[in-house]
Design a protein. Structure first.
Ligand code: UDP
Length: 139
């Protein structure tokens, strides 16, 4: 995946609370092109692998349970400076610390159930996009 791409998920809370449309609207209105997208559900094995970097953290079990409890929307997005600009658009991990107008400020309910994921580096964007999408699903 090129360096102008990032990977996102609308997490189970965002889907459950009916925010898919509003979140996608804010993403596309902010200049991101959708390269790939699907409604899917992660298995426990998927979530443990996706968040393996956090496996020693105290919140890991809760995070895996949360991320597998219902469907997510997974997507690859394209824009100049995609990773950094998308992290700005979603805001801080903890919605109480997220800037006004950011997706997490508007739609997250807690530090754990924070509505969206955004890759934190070009390398992870590539790994995470490939985790969810085959090359032929990327447009
Ligand atoms: N998380 C949590 N408790 C914490 C920190 C993080 O439940 O104290 C969850 C939260 O859903 C977060 C994810 O773990 O989005 C990954 O954490 P990270 O620090 O990578 O934050 P992000 O990059 O998603 O902002």
């Amino acid at each position: 995946m090129a360096a102008n791409r990032t990977f996102t998920m609308i997490k189970p809370d965002g889907v459950e609370n009916g925010h898919i449309g509003a979140i996608l609207d804010q993403i596309t209105a902010s200049g991101f092109r959708i390269v790939a997208m699907k409604l899917t559900q992660m298995t426990t094995r998927d979530a443990e692998a996706f968040y393996a970097v956090h496996k020693e953290r105290p919140f890991f079990g809760e995070l895996v349970e949360f991320m597998t409890r219902g469907p997510i929307v997974a997507a690859i997005l394209e824009k100049d400076n995609a990773v950094e600009d998308f992290r700005t658009l979603i805001g801080a991990t903890n919605p109480e610390e997220a800037a006004e107008g950011t997706i997490r400020k508007k739609f997250a309910t807690s530090i754990g159930e924070n509505a969206v994921h955004g890759s934190d580096s070009d390398e992870n964007a590539q790994i995470e996009g490939a985790f969810h999408f085959a090359g032929r699903e990327q447009f």
